[in-house]
Design a protein around this ligand. Structure first.
Ligand code: SF4
Length: 239
């Protein structure tokens, strides 16, 4: 992670968070910027590498556990609600699909989730129905070998050749966003998306509570070493 890049992104996200404090527009603004940063920078960072094997219609990796920041989850929840309310959306019933998936995947570790092979609820007829707002974690997972992905998902012990630049850029953008949320006194952890979405869509005002600094998605939080992450953010900001 380049320290200057981290500082610049932290400052940029912090400015956006301050400008949209306490209002739901914060989700659109910071997540749009995060996605745009990823998409506009990944091309130059992958020049000279072999072509990716990832294609529309290949959902091989979409049974892995996906984690996301709270702003990504609230934005995705809004997208889900709009699809469900659309003329064709009722037949798909995304909210119901998420609830059913959550019953199977809640509380599973990454390894348990992979072993369960439960597809993401957003795979409809082989494609991701929320592709424009898929989390950074999905954007940062890119493979050079489709057969290796298929074998890994089938439980075979194979190493999938993943794109390092995709993982590094996802880490940079996500960490800078988390660091800015932390600086603003907002919950800055990562959440498993199926359960996070069930919570975000439960109609109990979790969005408003989160904007006021309450960790309203906490039941979906992924355990991690917060002290180590904070020390890393501080070191990068000070360097
Ligand atoms: S959100 Fe889309 S890209 Fe991400 S795991 Fe689900 S189906 Fe796959």
């Amino acid at each position: 992670m380049a320290s200057n890049g981290f500082r610049d992104l932290h400052a940029m996200f912090s400015r956006l968070v301050a400008e949209h404090a306490h209002v739901p527009q914060l989700f659109d603004v910071v997540v749009d910027r995060a996605f745009d940063l990823f998409e506009s920078n990944i091309g130059p960072r992958t020049q000279g590498l072999p072509p990716l094997a990832c294609r529309k219609g290949c959902p091989s990796c979409c049974s892995l556990r996906v984690t996301a920041t709270a702003p990504e989850i609230f934005l995705l929840a809004d997208y889900v609600a709009r699809i469900d309310a659309s003329p064709g959306g009722a037949a798909i019933g995304l909210k119901r699909r998420i609830a059913l998936a959550d019953r199977v995947t809640r509380g599973l570790t990454e390894a348990e989730r992979m072993a369960r092979r439960k597809p993401c609820p957003f795979i409809v007829r082989g494609v991701c129905i929320v592709h424009p707002v898929r989390p950074l974690a999905c954007r940062g997972h890119a493979s050079f070998d489709r057969q290796a992905c298929v074998r890994a998902v089938a439980g075979r012990d194979v190493e999938v050749p993943l794109s390092e630049p995709h993982m590094a850029l996802r880490g940079l953008v996500q960490s800078a966003l988390q660091s800015s949320l932390r600086a603003a006194g907002l919950p800055w952890g990562l959440y498993e998306i199926n359960h996070g979405l069930v919570l975000a869509l439960d109609g109990t005002g979790r969005e408003t509570a989160w904007l006021e600094g309450c960790d309203s998605l906490a039941p979906a939080a992924i355990a991690f070493d917060a002290a180590a992450a904070e020390a890393q953010f501080d070191a990068l900001l000070a360097s």
